[in-house]
Design a protein around this ligand. Sequence first.
Ligand code: ATP
Ligand code: MG
Length: 375
Amino acid sequence: MKSHDLLVIVGVAAFAALVVGAVGLALVWLVRRRSFRWQLAVVAIVPLAGAIAGATAVARMMFLSHHDLLVMTVVTSVSAVVAIGVALVVGMATARWSEALRAQVRGFGEPAPLPAAGRGPSEIRDLSDELASTQHDLQQARARERRLEESRRELVSWVSHDLRTPLSGLRAMTEALEDGLATDPQRYHRQIRAEVDRMSEMVDDLFELSRIHAGVLRLAPEPVLLGDLVSDVVAGADAVARARRVRLGGRVEDGIELLADPTGLSRVVSNLLINAIRHTPADGVVEVAGRTVDDGVELSVTDGCGGLGPEEMARVFDVAWQGGAARTPGEAGLGGGAGLGLAIVKGIVEAHRGRVWVENRDGGNGCRFLVTLPA
Ligand SMILES: Nc1ncnc2c1ncn2[C@@H]1O[C@H](COP(=O)(O)OP(=O)(O)OP(=O)(O)O)[C@@H](O)[C@H]1O
Ligand SMILES: [Mg+2]
């Protein structure tokens, strides 16, 4: 065949294919709102129709005999039927995958997690994985929200309980004093004073917590020497530790200075320390340590509480949450406890852009509360 003829054939075939391609695009546009399988069918048929159109045009120019054109048209038509069949099958599969995806989206807000679709093309699987992981995150956030709501309800009921009990005690004692029935008025006065102090502490905690939650906790950061601050807090807790025969130890690296609100930070250390003393059996040791780490300063309070279970680990920082035996009448110097201490610690630490968490000590006979603060 001459090269000129070849060029003519290529040109004619290209023109015919372009015309058929344009018609195909128009058809795809027309069926754009219909099922995906219609578009696939058009895509399958376009190359074959293009081949037939090209061959017909070439035949008209006498490059192809009538017989050859007929044979080619028959062969291509049979192929077209098969191609449409394949397109419909793929279209059906795509419809099934998209239906599975739709079911996943419908179940997005449901509590039961929907497994990601393990089948289908990678784009659909990726989308489905993304949906499953977002649903997981959403559920976690909801669970956390539910727990917080529960804690708030518990807080109201426990605070009323924790206030009602000492209040009725106070009333009984003042009535006895009024009626002159108190055998040891001095003891009554001391007891009334202790109860009032405890209740004021609880109200202060509640006030502090409400300020933290309202986002109006005002910090007054200044350079603080961690060693000095910890020594002061430890000295303040010494009497309580002695009374419970708990030894206080640990070491803060020399010269650690950080920018923090001294009152807030003392509160953090003191709440952690009092908790640790409270949960360590007699003759146990509580250690407070401080050191510099890559991203700032790390403070840890280690006790001999016997280890925390997974549920306790997850809830200790929740407002008003208390472990099993914690909600008992107050002990001298340790506070009655309303489950607010660690929520306050978390609020203050986070207001300092720090992090607080708890882990069990190696060997499981105690736990360690860790705080990191930016230097
Ligand atoms: N060092 C610790 N070891 C073991 N369990 C702890 C420790 N600190 C706290 N917990 C558990 O976490 C709960 C919540 O602690 P949190 O300090 O918030 O409240 P509280 O000590 O019970 O009361 P409050 O601090 O308001 O006086 C405690 O009741 C206890 O079950
Ligand atoms: Mg506490």
